[in-house]
Design a protein around this ligand. Structure first.
Ligand SMILES: Nc1ncnc2c1ncn2[C@@H]1O[C@H](COP(=O)(O)OP(=O)(O)OP(=O)(O)O)[C@@H](O)[C@H]1O
Ligand SMILES: [Mg+2]
Length: 277
């Protein structure tokens, strides 16, 4: 359980990346969605103790983020968005060193590392220097470290960016199998739909929606998305509106396309689409 109260982060240049954010995260898998620059990474950096907030409080499984920082570090694991591998070390060495640093016993480390690397289909490359791995494989090294960690909560900042569709399925399956709670950011709507018990939508450092995917989609009241030359929201050169099925039918065949509202549409109506006058 993560309790975030009035959390604010202002960077040295004055950018307010997280603004008075209050959230309670208590589901097994939480998906954080939001546009580039919404404040997802900043929030995760704070929750994973890599950065101090400007103000506000966070409790993770009852522990205070500032006062109990060492204990929190013992129960969480995280993959930063921009994590870089140590080129000369192999995937096996990455996972083993990480587990060793977390204080796990040697006998246990071998089994956990093997399990994670096999699960992610990395067993054949386990001893190769990570510098010589493909981009997606490098990303999977971090996923292996996190899933092997035995942490109580893991934070994954865009863990599947750059992964092929099969690798993505392997990562999803590995995350679903974990006993721990997971907070994951993603730009892939199907990933959020597949994995997240609850989705949190962030815009401008604030939470603009929170709930399960079916709950959030109920806010459209059965309305469908209508795309075409005119509409309420502007996304690039496209205009989009949300209309009842009966209203939407009037536009069909006149240069408009309709489709059911999805998670992407939640982003559009919650700050993602500019509103047309
Ligand atoms: N070190 C920094 N100094 C100043 N501003 C920063 C810094 N890091 C991030 N920001 C700003 O904070 C805001 C939020 O950035 P953040 O990285 O948290 O977004 P994000 O939601 O993770 O985006 P993305 O989807 O692109 O990863 C942005 O306006 C960004 O430019
Ligand atoms: Mg980010």
């Amino acid at each position: 359980m993560i309790e975030i109260r009035r959390l604010t982060k202002r960077y040295a240049d004055g950018t307010t990346a997280v603004s008075n954010l209050s959230l309670t995260l208590g589901k097994k898998i939480t998906g954080i969605l939001g546009r580039n620059g919404a404040g997802k990474t900043t929030t995760l950096r704070i929750l994973s103790t890599q950065m101090m907030p400007t103000s506000g409080t966070v409790r993770i499984n009852g522990l205070d983020l500032v006062k109990d920082v060492d204990r929190i570090r013992g129960i969480i694991a995280s993959i930063p968005q921009e994590a870089k591998v140590m080129g000369i070390a192999s995937p096996m060495e990455h996972v083993s060193m990480y587990l060793n640093a977390r204080g796990l016993e040697k006998d246990e480390i071998e089994g956990l590392a093997k399990g994670a690397l096999k699960e992610l289909n990395m067993w054949q490359v386990r001893d190769k220097p990570t510098a010589d791995l493909s981009g997606g494989m490098k990303r999977k090294v971090f996923v292996a470290m996190a899933i092997a960690s035995k942490a109580e909560i893991i934070f994954l900042d865009e863990p599947t960016t750059g992964l092929d569709p099969i690798s993505r399925l392997e990562v999803w399956s590995a995350i679903k199998k974990l006993d721990c709670d997971t907070v994951i950011t993603t730009h892939y709507m199907e990933e959020a739909k597949e994995l997240a018990d609850e989705v949190v939508l962030i815009d401008n450092g604030r939470c603009v929606a929170q709930g399960s995917v079916p709950e959030l989609l109920k806010s459209f009241n059965g309305k469908v998305r209508v795309e075409g030359p005119t509409g309420k929201y502007k996304v690039g050169g496209m205009r989009i509106s949300y209309l009842s099925a009966a209203e939407a039918r009037k536009f069909v065949g006149k240069g408009y396309y309709t489709r059911p509202a999805s998670l992407e549409d939640l982003l559009i109506v919650n700050g993602g689409g500019a509103i047309e006058d």
